[in-house]
Design a protein around this ligand. Structure first.
Ligand code: ATP
Ligand code: MG
Length: 256
């Protein structure tokens, strides 16, 4: 794999200043091209939003970029080369519906730290700091699964951030939350971004996109309809798919 990438001099040059990039990424399942020749660049230190209609392929793209799914064809490049295990360990992901261990809030954080080799007093210290940051200190001994949706999402975010990832993927992290919980999650994401974490987030929420986005990748029917700075893609969309979206018109794969 590395040989293939190293021999691709033009691709390496084109993605040099990106943290992560995909080149002609395809994912086929059930006889369909669900992700179809997607090429994207995730610039380091920026907040890149992935937007598009239901079924456009946003979650699939994030799973492919994070290495949870294997592409049918195409390449993923981490700083210009194939991602190794070390590169993968510096990435974390928060899902739309948080997946919690059937243990306490604190045990969920301890487990994540243990997986990354943090133990003893250092682990206790880091877990306490994460609880405080997420506003969950009072709930530390509660079973994680009895937490409210907003609290669970804060725990999922704290757990993802606890090992100081360089890149954080978020799949609609606030889609089922009220405005106050959404604000707390956005504050946590922005604080992480302020510490230098690169953010890749799926959102359907135009207000959130304007508050949180630097760059946008707009997907339609498994392809990139357009991408670029948020002011350009949402302010002056070139593609019909993004234009319809920003105008609040219904626009489905069948009308494409
Ligand atoms: N493993 C799979 N096998 C077959 N089809 C799949 C598979 N995973 C996803 N799909 C299909 O691929 C399409 C894209 O799915 P994906 O979950 O990426 O959409 P999405 O853009 O995240 O949508 P939403 O906004 O509803 O979350 C959908 O039509 C989905 O049914
Ligand atoms: Mg999705």
């Amino acid at each position: 794999m590395r040989d293939t990438v190293m021999s691709m001099t033009p691709a390496k040059v084109a993605t040099q200043d990106s943290l992560l990039a995909a080149r002609d990424l395809c994912f086929h399942a059930g006889g369909k091209r669900l992700i179809d020749k997607v090429s994207v660049v995730i610039p380091e230190g920026r907040r890149t939003l992935v937007m598009g209609a239901n079924g456009a392929g946003k979650s699939l793209l994030l799973r492919l970029l994070h290495g949870l799914l294997s592409a049918t064809s195409g390449q993923i490049l981490w700083q210009g080369a194939a991602p190794d295990d070390r590169a993968r360990r510096t990435q974390a992901m928060v899902f739309q519906r948080p997946v919690m261990l059937r243990r306490s809030v604190l045990a969920n954080l301890n487990f994540a730290l243990s997986v990354h080799g943090v133990r003893g007093a250092e682990r206790a210290e880091q877990a306490a700091r994460a609880l405080d940051m997420a506003g969950l200190s009072d709930l530390a001994r509660h079973p994680a699964r009895v937490l409210s949706g907003g609290e669970q999402q804060r725990l999922a975010l704290a757990r993802a951030l606890i090992c100081q990832p360089r890149l954080l993927f978020l799949d609609e992290p606030t889609s089922s939350l009220d405005p106050a919980s959404t604000q707390r999650i956005e504050d946590l994401i922005n604080a992480a971004h302020g510490r230098g974490v690169t953010i890749v987030m799926i959102t359907h929420d135009m207000g959130q996109a304007r508050r949180m986005g630097d760059e946008v990748i707009f997907l339609h029917a498994g392809q990139v309809a357009e991408s670029g700075p948020i002011d350009q893609v949402l302010g002056h969309p070139k593609s019909e798919a993004a234009r319809a979206w920003t105008q609040g018109r219904l626009y489905t794969s069948s009308t494409f």
